[in-house]
Design a protein around this ligand. Sequence first.
Ligand SMILES: Nc1ncnc2c1ncn2[C@@H]1O[C@H](COP(=O)(O)OP(=O)(O)O)[C@@H](O)[C@H]1O
Ligand SMILES: [Mg+2]
Length: 371
Amino acid sequence: MTRARRNEAAKAPALQRPPAEVLHAEELARLRDEDSGPRPPGWQLSLQAVRAFILGDAAKGLRRKLVCPPSLVERCMVTLATNRGLLLVGEPGTAKSLLSELLAAAVSGVSTLTIQGGAATTEDHIRYSWNYALLVNEGPSPRALVPGPMYLGMKQGQLVRFEEITRCPLEVQDALLSLLSERVLAVPELEGPEGMLFAREGFNIIATANTRDRGVNEMSAALKRRFNFETLFPILDADAELQLVKEESARLLARSGVPVTPPDEVLEVLVRTFRELRTGEVKDGQAVEKLSTVLSTAEAVSVAHAVGVRGWYLRGDGGTPADVVECLAGTAAKDNAEDLKKIRRYLEQRVGHRTGAHWRALYEARFLLPG
Ligand SMILES: Nc1ncnc2c1ncn2[C@@H]1O[C@H](COP(=O)(O)OP(=O)(O)O)[C@@H](O)[C@H]1O
Ligand SMILES: [Mg+2]
């Protein structure tokens, strides 16, 4: 082995998914340098700069990272600059997590103060826990305290993300009440000033909740009052969705070592199929049976990614409509036999008569669906 080869072999593989502040470090640094707008206390950027970072600004060389109405981003920022939390709600795959990550990275410079909500989330995950070896030896002391994301966010004046908040038990959700209203976290085990942590400017919470999970209605009324709600919707405009799927899948494919991207016609077939099965409407006016599974833009991106990986690593091309059919069963129908039947009927009844080689190929690949 040559030395260059050895070095390459010894190099650790790249991060699978760097956080937004690392991925966009150069853009954020430039924005901080050039930003002269007024900043709310504790914010690293002005509202104008955060907006340009998220929605893009070609003149400043900033890439658009989110497709959504600009007014939505503005309302989110205004909420975060007040003393209310922000709750992003919507179907899975509507970029709730993405928006919350981008906001945290732009406003606070970190997006990793994150709590992942679930049935097993406890108050300790949110606030603080103890290093038991030290606790036993020294008793409770600041050194023995292991801060959780909420503790750090309050102490450092940074945004804290709470993903899938409605999946947490109600008593855990209620642990947020005093943090949000009093902006103080009590550590009863510690005496003196250390027993009270007062939040610094810049601290706030961005929570997300899926409308398909246990609903937002199960959140306690008291907690709801402390949040402003914003709803995210699937991308309305077909061309904007196609463009996004094209860009995002190209980025993911490059990371997967694939030097080609699916042909435009294949992506068009994919995105239109997704949209028609999602909305139940087709261009020629006849109805399609909607799937019960969510066919989000996020799923379309991951199918486009898989199509490219299949094409390149199995055959050395960029992917074909038959690959779309192969990938549809696993993503779209999952374990739902009814959905699988609906996809088959869609291919037979709606796609069969369409002109164009790619629609033809999609129709002919319908036998690849399992079952
Ligand atoms: N409106 C959108 N703008 C940009 N990307 C989107 C949009 N909708 C979906 N996506 C894609 O979906 C991916 C995942 O979305 P995510 O934030 O995990 O959704 P959610 O948290 O709502 O389930 C994003 O990384 C992006 O590739
Ligand atoms: Mg999410």
